[in-house]
Design a binder for this molecule. Structure first.
Ligand SMILES: [Zn+2]
Length: 219
């Protein structure tokens, strides 16, 4: 009961924003994209593209700008709308794969201090709460800074990420892991992280990303 009251007060004090255009929605309204943006956002979570991977939205148009604000301009609250709008598909993916834990793709600590937060942790916390899966932020870490992947070829991305991810301790207690990140481009980051977890004893690693680039739909 108290939670309901607190949530309603929060809704009035911090009216939700449309993640597409950052416009304020009316106080108390559900978390959603505004009528202007809803047709400009393409949900891709109901498509088949790659086993063990769920991307919620196509990384195009308004979603590109939205992800930029989510990462760099402290619009962490968008995560609730991203998950709300794709609740059904995300829930199905989780129920099918039964992960025991959710782990965010880690950021190099000095970079996180500079940026203020790691957007992948925002995603993992929200998934953890919404779907009641424990979150583990300590196990996997990034041991060194890696260069921005934007302009690299797939091979350069893989080399750049070699040995960048490590785990604390010698083995891990989780068998089925849900690894989360903001944007899926070539999959190099997720694959480097998943390899470390699998080598340490995990049996299966699944991934949820908020956005996926057009190339994953191509083949
Ligand atoms: Zn909008």
């Amino acid at each position: 009961m108290e939670n309901i009251i607190v949530n309603n007060i929060k809704k009035i004090l911090f009216p939700p924003r449309c993640p597409g255009c950052d416009g304020l929605l009316s106080p108390g309204s559900e978390r959603c994209f505004c009528p202007d943006c809803v047709d400009r956002v393409e949900k891709i979570c109901d498509r088949e593209y790659k086993k063990n991977l769920l991307c919620l939205y196509l990384y195009e148009g308004v979603m590109k700008k939205s992800m930029y604000r989510f990462k760099y301009s402290n619009r962490r609250s968008y995560i609730e709308t991203f998950l709300e709008v794709s609740e059904k598909e995300t829930k199905e993916f989780i129920e099918k794969n039964r992960p025991e834990v959710v782990i965010p793709v880690p950021m190099y600590p000095p970079k996180k201090r500079k940026r203020g937060y790691n957007q992948a942790e925002v995603i993992s916390s929200a998934i953890s709460k919404r779907f009641s899966i424990p979150e583990d932020r300590d196990l996997l870490y990034r041991s060194r800074e890696t260069k921005a992947l934007k302009k690299m070829t797939p091979q350069e991305r893989t080399n750049n990420l070699k040995n960048a991810f490590k785990i604390r301790g010698n083995s891990i207690k989780w068998k089925r892991i849900l690894l989360v990140d903001d944007i899926y481009t070539t999959g190099a980051t997720l694959s480097a992280s998943a390899t470390v977890l699998l080598n340490a004893g995990a049996e299966a690693v699944f991934s949820v990303c908020i956005c996926g680039s057009g190339r994953i739909l191509g083949g």
